[in-house]
Design a binder for this molecule. Sequence first.
Ligand SMILES: *Cc1c(COP(=O)(O)O)cnc(C)c1O
Length: 461
Amino acid sequence: MKVAPLEPTPEELERLTRDVVEFVLGHVTTLAAQPAHDLDGAASVTASFRETVPEHGFEIADVLARLRPAIDKSFNTAGPGYLAFIPGGGLYTAALADFIACAVNRYVGVSYAAPALVEIERTAVAWLAEAMGYDSQATGILTSGGSLANFSAVVTARAARLPEDFAKGSLYVSQETHHSVAKAARLAGFPAAAIRSIAVDARFRMDPDALEAAVRDDASKGRVPFLVVASVGTTNTGAVDPLRPIADVAKRHRLWLHADAAYGGFFRLADPSLTDGIEVCDSITIDPHKGLFLPYGTGCLLVRDRLALKNAHRVSAHYLQDVVGEDADAAFCDLSPELSRDFRGLRIWLPLQVHGLAAFREALREKLALTRWAHERLVTIPSFEILDAPQLTAIAFRLKGRDDDANEELLRRVNARKRVFLSSTRIRGRYTLRLCVLSFRTHLDRVSDAVDALREEAEKV
Ligand SMILES: *Cc1c(COP(=O)(O)O)cnc(C)c1O
């Protein structure tokens, strides 16, 4: 009997690691050849995992062999053909960072416990803040994603602008705002009636005059307007709200201005004019697992006034008396809902160290150019109606004069080829297809395939 089955010998560790590396490289190096999605037979693979926990373990090779089909039967969200929703990333260097972070398992909630590692995360957050045009007074937290960043943003705005009894508070979104903001508001204790949805213009951007009118209307009825959420890249069409005019309204009425830039924020690295005014917002959600090509589980909330974030989140506890003190200002656990968590900072810092920021700027510029390229071609197909010229890297379109069923049929046909994977939405009440270019692995050949597939299949619908 092994004395310590949870502590493999160095030789065993090496073999386990080698088997996993082989498994992962076999997958990652063949991504471009894999289908863009594959759910054929997924039900039986899924069913094979409904089982009781093993009392005794198996060989890792056998476990990995079972995992392979579970990975294959899915949307290939890391592959070049994934043009659906808002594509994620999956940089390999970020996976290596996670491997290191989990293996060393250091605690990064407070500086005292791992000063240099916390500095790495703080530096990574500072880089992101600087990239958004914030100065050194800003701070931020790494979250699991944009939804949790939006949640902490709503809580921060609530604490900064409303009294303890916040029942009269009203917040403002547009008709195109991501649903995670409404979810955040609900989790933060606001009823649905506290959320006002503001009309958008012909290019799906929030109308600042309509915002002004709604705020005045609410205030005249005894409500307390406290927060407006502007989108920097809506999910449907990639629309960027007019940040400066919205900031004027916010200033006039003392509203907290939050930018949901989960999708669009990182395009600032490619071209600052795309996110003009983001730097005047009180807080910003960005999603490194979208525009910085990192794996899922990497979001970020940046706040211009560091005290506001701390005031909203900090609660003291006696059993933490050893670890607070001179660095309390910077303790991540005082700035976020989390105490213990993974070392997300390394997942940002290491890829930036290895690749350099220029590689990311270049990749983002490529995505913008690919989208313009696709748009130029799609507008020449007479059967298509394009809803807007791309503001970022999303294009929404439909078959002109055809019903929802025909459009749904087109999406089904294009996706059935499995070279690319697109998704759909409803815009102004009608079924609409979307194409969104954001994976660092997507290049011209694949976008060209998407356009060809759309042109050819449109003729058959
Ligand atoms: C993706 C997205 C979110 C939600 O972020 P998650 O990381 O999926 O939680 C919020 N807002 C916008 C605009 C998004 O694109």
